[in-house]
Write a protein that binds this ligand. Structure first.
Ligand SMILES: [Zn+2]
Length: 292
């Protein structure tokens, strides 16, 4: 088994050199949580398969571990809600009854970053920060970055995107709030937080980095003027964008981007040099709605 894994890693390494893209063992944003039918043996086996899949190394290139070989639900014919997608703003149906997202449950918390070779991931303990959508609460599990953005708006991908990943009470459904990042002059609160993240990028050693006495607030990554509520978003049903690509994620893509400075974007590129955006997936006619 170990030998097998070593072989796969070697293959991945060769592939990364060939395609100039990243290779690694990566931790997905969250583990798949389709556990509501755990009583049957086949469901248990399926769950185990999904967990195993989520541990496998993968790449974003066209090599043997690349996107077309991702396991779990990523490439099944029956998977109709894969993410990311391109959002055609003219085709997204305006809906005046969509609930607002209330971010006032985002609190200052101790910075905990996880090594993930594809990207920076910031972890949260359960209940440290949360949102409500309408009346339903979701707890912030972690946030991480993609470069460029995975979601496209009218076929445009932003410089980066932040995925703030939240779970419902039973951890059976997830809400990803996508904050698009473009190059420009950052808001002071954003500039300060991003500089902190850059300063405490985790070392590439597979461990968490928990710097002493460093607090952050995810609210500093939200567009100006949207706190505590943001009424402007696109919403669609999707999936995790890393293996096992479980289709239990609702995306709320905020319409207003935030800004990182050119130097901050460069720092991210230096630390995580390879693009980590999954290819745009077919919408398969799924409803995409937007706030008015
Ligand atoms: Zn993501």
């Amino acid at each position: 088994m170990n030998r097998n894994r070593t072989l796969r890693l070697l293959l991945a390494l060769v592939s990364s050199i060939s395609f100039s893209l990243t290779v690694c063992r990566a931790t997905p944003p969250v583990t798949n949580a389709q556990s509501d039918s755990a009583s049957s043996t086949s469901a248990n086996k399926a769950q185990a398969d999904v967990s195993e899949c989520a541990k496998e190394p993968f790449t974003y290139d066209n090599g043997p571990l690349g996107q077309s070989h991702w396991c779990g639900a990523c490439n099944l014919d029956t998977s109709k809600l894969q993410a990311p997608i391109n959002i055609n703003t003219k085709a997204a149906r305006p809906d005046g009854s969509l609930p607002s997202i209330n971010f006032s449950g985002y609190k200052a918390t101790k910075l905990v970053t996880s090594e993930n070779v594809h990207t920076l991931k910031v972890d949260y303990k359960k209940g440290e920060s949360s949102i409500t959508i309408g009346k339903e609460p979701f707890t912030l599990v972690e946030f991480h970055f993609h470069r460029p953005s995975e979601e496209a708006i009218n076929n445009h991908r932003a410089a980066m995107v932040i995925h703030l990943v939240h779970a419902n009470a039973g951890a059976t459904a997830y809400v990803a709030v996508s904050v698009l990042v473009e190059e420009g002059i950052p808001a002071p609160k954003t500039e300060a937080l991003v500089n902190k993240l850059i300063r405490y990028f985790p070392p590439p050693n597979g461990f968490q980095n928990v710097p002493e006495g460093v607090d952050i607030n995810a609210a500093d990554l939200l567009p100006e003027g949207s706190f505590p509520e943001n009424h402007n978003y696109f919403r669609y049903g999707g999936s995790l964008t890393t293996p096992a690509c479980g289709e239990n994620v609702t995306f709320y893509v905020l319409k207003t981007p935030i800004r990182f400075s050119a130097e901050q974007l460069r720092q991210f590129e230096r630390r995580y040099p390879f693009p980590n955006a999954r290819n745009i997936q077919n919408t398969n006619g799924r409803p995409i709605v937007q706030t008015k």
